[in-house]
Design a protein around this ligand. Sequence first.
Ligand code: IPE
Ligand code: IPE
Ligand code: MG
Length: 254
Amino acid sequence: MFNRKSRQNKRAIGEPQVDKDRLPMHVAIIMDGNGRWAKQHNLPKVMGHRAGAESLRDLVRYCAETGIPILTAYAFSTENWKRPQDEVSNLMGLLVEYLYKEVEELNENDVRISSIGQVDALPSEAYEALMAAEEKTKDNKRLTLNLALNYGGRLEILEAVRKLAHDAAAGRLDPVSIDEALFSSALYTAGIPDPDLLIRPAGDFRVSNFLLWQIAYTELWTTPVLWPDFRRAHLEEAIIEYQRRERRFGGRHN
Ligand code: IPE
Ligand code: IPE
Ligand code: MG
């Protein structure tokens, strides 16, 4: 079982601590750097992806124990199909393995698995494993682990535009009534609040087509740490920095 109460805080006395009363409600992570990690360790690339799954495991537990209700993890982008076929099939295989291995424990710990992206275009084994995990955990409330799979921010926006245009053409929707709330409800993330914090490990400073609409006012945090080395202590560092920032949303600076 995950701990009900947060695990003993491992930060040293005197070091800044996470303020449990001002946690981000939604943390999004671009899980990047697996290839570089494998190279550093002279291992095949698939071992980097495998090691990355451990990092996700640790963060899911941290979020559930600490009380962060939504964790969105970018696992496979619409552009990642451009990779060599064996890498793509390794990634899909690891996804299936992760889902089958983790689902029982996640379910026992009240974690809901959900997804964003064009998931019905995943290989059927991966799609079926995902649907089974979502179905099994659909009533869980403690944490939503939202997996971005075959996800692209531009595709998401295009699909929303197509859907709304279709409704308008059919006379079911007055174009004048399309506002931010309605548009948001046509995205994969309908009903999910925008991320408060977006983390990119592995040192690159770009969003790589992730949550383009949703990150309008999200706080960004990057670290050179590669994803397979990323653990809860790094997430705590990100949250502490997030809690130091003043979010103004375009309003007046007091
Ligand atoms: C992220 O690691 C995993 C996916 C994109 C699926 P990479 O494979 O992109 O690792 P780097 O960026 O080459 O180090
Ligand atoms: C972003 O990483 C996508 C995922 C982590 C799933 P990439 O490695 O694909 O991004 P770029 O190519 O460096 O922008
Ligand atoms: Mg990468």
